[in-house]
Design a protein around this ligand. Sequence first.
Ligand SMILES: *Cc1c(COP(=O)(O)O)cnc(C)c1O
Length: 324
Amino acid sequence: MIPRVLLAALPTPIQPLPRLSAFLGGPRILVKRDDLTGLAFGGNKTRKLEYLIAEAQAVGAKTLVTVGAAQSNHCRQTAALAAQLGLGCILVLSGEDSQPSSGNLLLDRLFGAEIVWTDRERRSEKLKMVFDEAWQAGRRPYLIPLGASNALGAIAYAGAFDEASQQLSQVQVDWQVVASSSGGTQAGLALGARRALWSGHVLGISIDEPEHDLKETVAFWANEAANRLDQKARLRPEDILVNADYLGEGYGVMAEPEKEAIRLFARHEGLLLDPVYTGRAAAGMMDLIRQGLLRKGETVLFWHTGGQPALFASGYSGNLPLSA
Ligand SMILES: *Cc1c(COP(=O)(O)O)cnc(C)c1O
């Protein structure tokens, strides 16, 4: 057994989206509500942090150090966890100190995280420096990688796959669709699917990585997780399904496809997506439905990985005609 600290509100519910399915004239769509995992508005990082924090505690860590974008959900959840456990927290964020307190950044500041700003290109260099300084200062830092994606993060999502399978034991699911960026979430789902000999497909909608790179990353972490679990399952990059057609103008740049997805989920189901991850993944899923790849008669499980606080920092007015 891999040590784990129980933090998340599990199992997260699975809900049907009948009005959206009917509007799209496509497959039955179910949503796995991993936006309800808990830890300051929830999201997929909570499951991963259950395993990473167990390792941090085992090595006697006193400060959590991690990295992300200014509106990183992962950093916000890490800051909340540090506050909950009375640990220090240092976040290396790309952007500038002048950024207004809104969305996730407001929450990071509320949780009392120390924020070190840097450019995106120098983020990992800066992370290393900050970690070394904290170490030398005797603060017992524990490094959490970008997006908490490593073997432990993937193990968390292999478990999430099992959880969803149990909930859906009476339902034939053809596809699982998930927003994929640092890759740990998809790696876990892909490993879970493989070891269960599941007959459906786990499809990652890439948020910011080219298809080739993301397949490599996902396969790598799936295999690291399998090793750590002493399981024989192995995945090759070509076993991983990634669609990178929806990168738009890059990470965090919300455009019409994301806005449309956010609007349709809101107006047909009263459900909120986020502008960076689930908005983009849902836009991709809807496009694949319109293209006929995800077909009427099939069942799709869409993983809601969270991220809604970023909606409040996105500048989206939401104020478009009802027919749109
Ligand atoms: C981090 C994140 C993802 C992507 O998960 P990875 O494991 O990094 O691929 C998806 N959705 C939301 C809301 C996230 O915060």
